[in-house]
Design a protein around this ligand. Structure first.
Ligand code: ADP
Length: 550
């Protein structure tokens, strides 16, 4: 960690480390009766308050102590968005241990790799993941016990999982008298692994300080804009970069929390949004497709839902407009990554934009957005020279800030920073007033005749066609141009469109030479563990694809 110059005159303010336990203490003391509602794996709706959550988190902290979990130990979870998972967020990090959320959609071998790499001491899991845990438990070298997140009645009499314990037993057996320990705010608080589309997953190890600063910053009006008047339903999973920080930032504001559990289909989400009067949500584009389809097919409207953050992959403008124009739901496009806790930019307008015509305002809002205070960014060429902010020149996007990693856990990948900046792997433009737009991930850029074609633009145009449900654009081999774009499309249910019509749809919307050479129709696109389209899988699928010869 860097050493800084010391002033002979230090400020005379209370010294209070920024610790995660302070959030749940604050929520209990100042918003104690505000509600947390969870759809459980058991099927029912569970409701309690921040006060109840804090009490049970302290009981769990005592339970962890009885299991000899000490400061710095990693404790893993395989769980949906729900109240028990939230209790663990606070019990584990608050007591000084490290909350390690694992994505249950990964392969059992990948999970075992991550558990062993993290050297997890205990693993908490939701009841429906028992078969998954049985598949990898024997390979976990450091895990001393497994805890099933249920009551005693649901615990199986026999199981292949060694040292299996029951969550509610642990809570019941322990007192809620617990004083949250005070330690250095730079201590590790939680650990998330990147999805590892190339090579093994690497861990981003957050600190208490980085988490609190990220939580403060992300609630601001031009970021997530969460207040005590909101009812927040995080659709983004608590195992995907800590649900973008919402389990911390929402209790910090005192807003009501609604957890969807495993029921992420359009119908279940819609019913929960309506029943619990949800005002604000956040998730990746693929989950919103399901919700929008359900609402559209059944001619429904939202009575309270007013704003959603969409990020994780580019939000197609067609989706943004459907939310805004048909349903009155404001979309805030946001960008970030696991290595950034994850929030980097959010797209909202400034006062000098308000007089612009709607189309120009929309063109700004479709970008990934403006940095939030704490994050700085720049674009550079391959030699590292900074490129201009003109909204046209694109380059490698680099970032820095107090909630961005300085290295991966256990220094995997070595020295990752470039002159103190973290290379994001994204290619972007930045406008003169600081709005960043991702043109592509550098590994997805289509290289045609020495020039780059950004696949996101091509996909966004295709998804604006009424017959297109989802689209992905990849580069395929071309004897003259090296690569040319192939558009891979999933049609909307019952809709018809030809290749020629789709190619013609690009006319006048984009430089002629960017137009895809061909269109392939598929039943579905491969989706990864965090709900993103897997371009590398599509490239594999279309390896050797013959483009039509013009
Ligand atoms: P993983 O690579 O493991 O999926 P993340 O979930 O951290 O990791 O993904 C980060 C990447 O997701 C970013 O580098 C970027 O390529 C992409 N991304 C995130 N938000 C957006 C967005 N709004 N638009 C385009 N791409 C995005």
């Amino acid at each position: 960690m860097a050493e800084y110059m010391k002033s002979p005159l230090m400020g005379q303010m209370m010294s209070q480390p920024l610790l995660i336990s302070s959030i749940i203490q604050h929520a209990d003391r100042h918003f104690g009766s505000n509600e947390i509602v969870s759809r459980r794996v058991e099927g029912d709706l569970h409701r309690y308050t921040y006060r109840d959550c804090h009490r049970r988190a302290k009981q769990m902290a005592n339970a962890l102590k009885s299991l000899d979990v000490t400061i710095g130990d990693r404790v893993a979870t395989l769980a949906w968005n729900g109240y028990r998972h939230l209790e663990l967020y606070y019990a584990i990090s608050g007591s000084g241990a490290v909350m390690h959320t694992i994505n249950p959609r990964l392969h059992p071998e990948q999970i075992a790799y991550i558990v062993n790499h993290a050297e997890d001491q205990y693993l908490f899991f939701e009841i429906n993941f028992l078969p998954l845990v049985e598949a990898f438990a024997a390979h976990c070298k450091t895990v001393r016990g497994f805890v099933m997140m249920c009551d005693r009645e649901r615990l199986p009499a026999e199981s292949k999982v060694p040292n299996l314990m029951c969550y509610e037993d642990l809570i019941e057996k322990h007192s809620p008298d617990y004083v949250w320990p005070v330690f250095d705010e730079n201590s590790a608080s939680s650990l998330c692994y990147t999805s590892g589309t190339t090579g093994n997953p690497k861990g981003a190890l957050y600190s208490h300080r980085s988490t609190i600063l990220h939580s403060y910053a992300s609630t601001m009006p031009d970021a997530l804009n969460v207040s005590a008047r909101d009812t927040v339903l995080p659709v983004v999973p608590m195992f995907h970069v800590n649900a973008w920080g919402l389990p911390y930032s929402v209790p910090l504001t005192g807003a009501k929390l609604v957890f969807p559990g495993p029921a992420l289909d359009g119908k279940s989400l819609y019913e929960l949004f309506e029943a619990e009067k949800v005002t604000f949500s956040a998730g990746v584009p693929t989950v919103w497709l399901g919700l929008l389809n359900h609402v559209g097919q059944n001619e429904l409207t939202f009575s309270t839902f007013r704003r959603t953050v969409i990020g994780g992959s580019a939000c197609p403008p067609a989706m943004m407009h459907a939310f805004q124009d048909k349903y009155g739901v404001e979309v805030v496009h946001a960008w970030g990554m696991t290595e950034m806790s994850p929030l980097g930019t959010a797209c909202t307008l400034q006062s000098h934009h308000m007089a612009l015509p709607k189309e120009e305002r929309n063109a700004i809002l479709e970008k990934q957005g403006h940095v939030i205070y704490g994050v700085d960014m720049k674009i550079v060429d391959d030699a590292g020279n900074e490129l201009p902010w003109d909204g046209k020149t694109y380059g490698n996007l680099l970032v820095k800030g107090p909630w961005i990693i300085s290295s991966y856990f256990k220094d995997e990948g070595g020295d990752v920073l470039e002159d103190g900046w973290f290379p994001t792997g994204d290619v972007a433009t930045i406008s003169p007033d600081g709005y960043m737009q991702v043109t592509d991930r550098s590994k997805d850029v289509i290289k045609s005749g020495g020039e780059w074609i950004g696949s996101i633009d091509l996909e966004n145009i295709a998804m604006a066609h009424p017959a297109v449900q989802q689209a992905a654009c990849i580069g395929v081999f071309h004897p003259k141009w090296d690569e040319r774009p192939l558009l891979v499309v999933v049609k909307r249910l019952g809709a018809e469109v030809t290749k020629e019509e789709l190619v013609r749809f690009y006319d006048g919307k984009i430089a002629k030479w960017w137009t895809p050479d061909d269109v392939a129709f598929v039943d579905a696109l491969p989706i990864g563990a965090t709900g993103k389209v897997l371009k590398n899988k599509i490239r594999e699928q279309f390896k050797g694809y013959q483009l039509p010869t013009a």
